[in-house]
Design a binder for this molecule. Structure first.
Ligand code: ME8
Length: 524
C-alpha cells in the first residue's frame, strides 16, 4: 500500500440514454489528471467512474429504440462509454454500473439501514417532474413554455413540459439535516468548491429543506425498495450511492475504511445533489461526509451550454482523431479555468496545438535530443560550471514544480499547467540565448556547450515528469528518448513531488531517437 495520503476521487456516473460528448469527456479528463498527479505523488489513490442506468429517462429511450432497458444500457456501455475512456486515455481504477449486482445489494443494505433508523416514512405526493433532470422541480425552476410548448409549464433547464405525478411515495427526512449541513459548510469552507458554488449551496439550504421523495411505483426500472417491492428507489438516491457501493459499503469494511471519504468532481448542474442530498444521506447513515465536492463549469458552444439535445454536442473522437488524446487533454485543462465556464472553438484548439504543443514543447524536445546526438554522439554531457543562466533555469524548474503541486491541491489544474509552461518558455528562451549551435563551432567553448545541453536535457527530464499526468502519450516517448528508463526507472514511478529537484538525469546516459511529439496538422 502506498505510504501517502488517502485520495479517493470520483466523476459523476453518466446517464447512458445517449453517447458521450466532450462535456462528459471534460469531467473525465479533469478527474484523471488529478488522480494521476496524486498517484504519481505517492498518494493512496483510487479513481472511480461509471454509468447511471436506472430511471425513466433511460427506460423511455430504450423503449423508443425497441430494446429492453438492460439491452440498451449493456449496448451503450460497451460500445460508447467504456470506449470513451480509451479515446481520452483515462486510467480509472474501477468502473461501476448501477446495474451491477454488487451495487444493487449494497444499495439495499444502505436504504434498509435508513429505514430502520426512522429516517424514511410514507406519504401521498404530488409534484411536477422533469424526466430530463430526473427531479421534481421547485416553483423557482418552472417557467412558461414557448414555441410548441406555449401555454404549458416547462423545466427551466430542458425547456420541455413537466409531468404531473401523483403517487404514494417513501420520503427521506432530509429537512432534519438542514442545520447540520449549514454547520458543515461553515466549519469546512472548502467542502464545496469553488467559492461561487459554495455560496449557491449555502443560500439554497438556508431557505429551508424539504423532505425528499425517494421511491417511485409507476414503473419498475430501478432497484426495488427492500421492504416494499411495489416501489423502486428514486434514480438519484440509487446513483449517489455508487460512490459508497463501489468501495465495498456494507460488505467489505476494510476496503471501505481504506478509501472513504471521497472527493467528488461534478458539473455545476448537479452540485446540489452532491453537496446537499448526498451528505444528508450519509449523515443519516452515521457515515463521514465526503472530503469535498468540486463543481466545475460548463463547456459552451456559441455561448450556450453544449448539449446533444440542442445539437451542439461534439463527440470526443471528432477531436482526438485529428489532434490525438494528449492535445484533447491539454487543451481543455489549459484553456479553461477549472471551476468556470469556458468556450470551445476549433480555432482556439488548433492555435494552441500549434503554438504551445508543437512549437513550444514538442519542438524544444526534438531540438535538444537532436543536439545531444549531433554534438555529443547521443550521450548526455557532463555539466562543467553553472553560470547565472543555468542557475535561473534551476530556480524556475524548482519553483514551477512547487507552484504546480500547490495548484493541484486546490483543483486549479489550469494554474498547474501554466506553472509548468514557465519551464517550457524558460528553456526555449535559454536555448535561443545560449545558441548551442554557435558554441559548437568553437572548440574552446566545449565545456560551455556541455553545460548548456546538460541543462536543457535535465530541464526536459523535469518536464516529462511534471507533464505526465496530462500528456500521457508524449511524455513516455520523451522519457524513453532521454534514455531515462534505464537510469532512472519507469516514468510513472518518478516521484512527482520532487520532480523539480535538479540534477537527476545522469551524465553519460545514452539518448535515443525522438519522432515529432506533435506533428504538423494539415487543413483543420
Ligand atoms: O447528471 N460542460 O448524468 P449526465 C461540462 N447521471 N460538463 C458537462 C457538460 C457541459 N456542456 N455536459 C455534461 C447525470 N457535462 C447523473 C449523475 S452522479 C451520482 C449522477 C458533464 O449524463 C458534467 O460533469 O447528465 C455534468 O455534471 C455531467 O456531465 C452530467 O452527466
Amino acid at each position: 500500500m502506498p505510504e501517502g495520503r488517502q485520495f479517493y476521487l470520483t466523476t459523476p456516473i453518466f446517464y447512458v440514454n445517449d453517447v458521450p460528448h466532450i462535456g462528459h469527456a471534460y469531467t473525465e479528463v479533469a478527474a484523471d489528471v488529478m488522480a494521476r498527479w496524486h498517484r504519481q505523488a505517492g498518494d493512496d489513490t483510487w479513481l472511480l467512474t461509471g454509468t447511471d442506468e436506472h430511471g425513466q429517462k433511460i427506460l423511455r429511450t430504450a423503449t423508443a429504440n425497441g430494446a429492453t432497458p438492460k439491452e440498451w444500457t449493456d449496448r451503450l456501455v460497451e460500445t460508447a462509454w467504456k470506449p470513451l475512456l480509451e479515446t481520452i486515455d483515462i486510467a480509472n481504477d474501477d468502473f461501476i454500473r448501477t446495474t451491477d449486482e454488487r451495487h444493487e445489494r449494497r444499495v439495499k443494505l444502505f436504504i434498509e439501514k435508513l429505514h430502520e433508523a426512522g429516517h424514511i416514512y410514507e406519504a401521498e405526493f404530488e409534484g411536477l417532474y422533469c424526466v430530463g433532470c430526473e427531479e421534481f422541480k421547485p416553483q423557482s425552476e418552472i417557467v412558461d413554455g414557448t414555441g410548441q410548448y406555449e401555454g404549458q409549464k416547462v423545466c427551466a433547464i430542458h425547456g420541455r413540459p413537466l409531468e404531473l405525478m401523483q403517487e404514494k411515495n417513501y420520503f427521506f427526512r432530509m429537512s432534519a439535516f438542514q442545520q447540520q449541513l449549514l454547520d458543515l459548510y461553515k466549519e469546512r469552507p472548502d467542502f464545496v468548491q469553488p467559492e461561487s458554488a459554495r455560496n449557491e449551496v449555502v443560500a439554497f439550504v438556508s431557505q429551508g429543506l424539504n423532505d425528499l421523495s425517494i421511491s417511485r411505483s409507476s414503473f419498475d426500472w430501478g432497484i426495488p425498495i427492500p421492504w416494499d417491492s411495489s416501489h423502486v428507489l428514486y434514480v438519484w438516491v440509487d446513483a449517489l450511492l455508487n460512490y459508497a457501493t463501489a468501495i465495498g459499503y456494507g460488505e467489505d469494511d476494510a476496503e471501505f475504511a481504506r478509501r472513504w471519504p471521497a472527493r467528488h468532481i461534478v458539473g455545476k448542474d448537479i452540485l446540489r445533489f452532491h453537496a446537499v442530498i448526498w451528505p444528508a444521506m450519509l449523515l443519516a447513515a452515521g457515515l463521514p461526509v465526503p472530503a469535498g465536492v468540486f463543481g466545475h463549469g460548463w463547456l459552451l458552444v456559441g455561448g450556450e451550454k453544449m448539449s446533444k439535445s440542442k445539437l451542439t454536442g461534439i463527440a470526443p473522437n471528432e477531436i482526438t482523431d485529428t489532434f490525438g488524446s494528449d492535445a484533447f487533454r491539454y487543451y481543455f485543462m489549459r484553456a479553461i479555468s477549472f471551476g468556470q465556464d469556458g468556450s470551445f472553438s476549433w480555432e482556439d484548439l488548433a492555435a494552441r496545438y500549434q503554438a504551445e504543443l508543437a512549437n513550444g514543447f514538442g519542438n524544444l524536445a526534438s531540438r535538444v535530443i537532436a543536439m545531444v546526438h549531433r554534438y555529443f554522439d547521443g550521450v548526455v554531457p557532463q555539466p562543467v560550471a553553472d553560470e547565472a543562466a543555468e542557475l535561473a533555469i534551476q530556480t524556475t524548474v524548482a519553483a514551477s514544480a512547487l507552484e504546480a503541486d500547490a495548484a493541484i491541491e486546490r483543483f486549479a489544474i489550469h494554474d498547474a499547467l501554466a506553472a509548468v509552461w514557465k519551464i517550457v518558455d524558460a528553456l526555449n528562451g535559454y536555448i535561443t540565448e545560449q545558441e548551442p549551435w554557435s558554441l559548437a563551432k568553437d572548440a574552446a567553448q566545449r565545456d560551455r556547450l556541455s553545460t548548456v545541453l546538460y541543462t536543457a536535457a535535465e530541464g526536459l527530464r523535469a518536464l516529462a515528469v511534471l507533464l505526465s499526468p496530462v500528456l500521457t502519450k508524449a511524455t513516455p516517448k520523451l522519457w524513453a528518448a532521454l534514455g531515462a528508463t534505464e537510469s532512472l526507472g519507469e516514468l510513472s514511478a518518478q516521484p512527482l513531488r520532487v520532480a523539480g529537484a535538479w540534477g537527476q538525469l545522469k551524465p553519460g546516459t545514452v539518448v535515443g531517437e525522438l519522432e515529432p511529439l506533435f506533428p504538423r496538422i494539415e487543413a483543420v
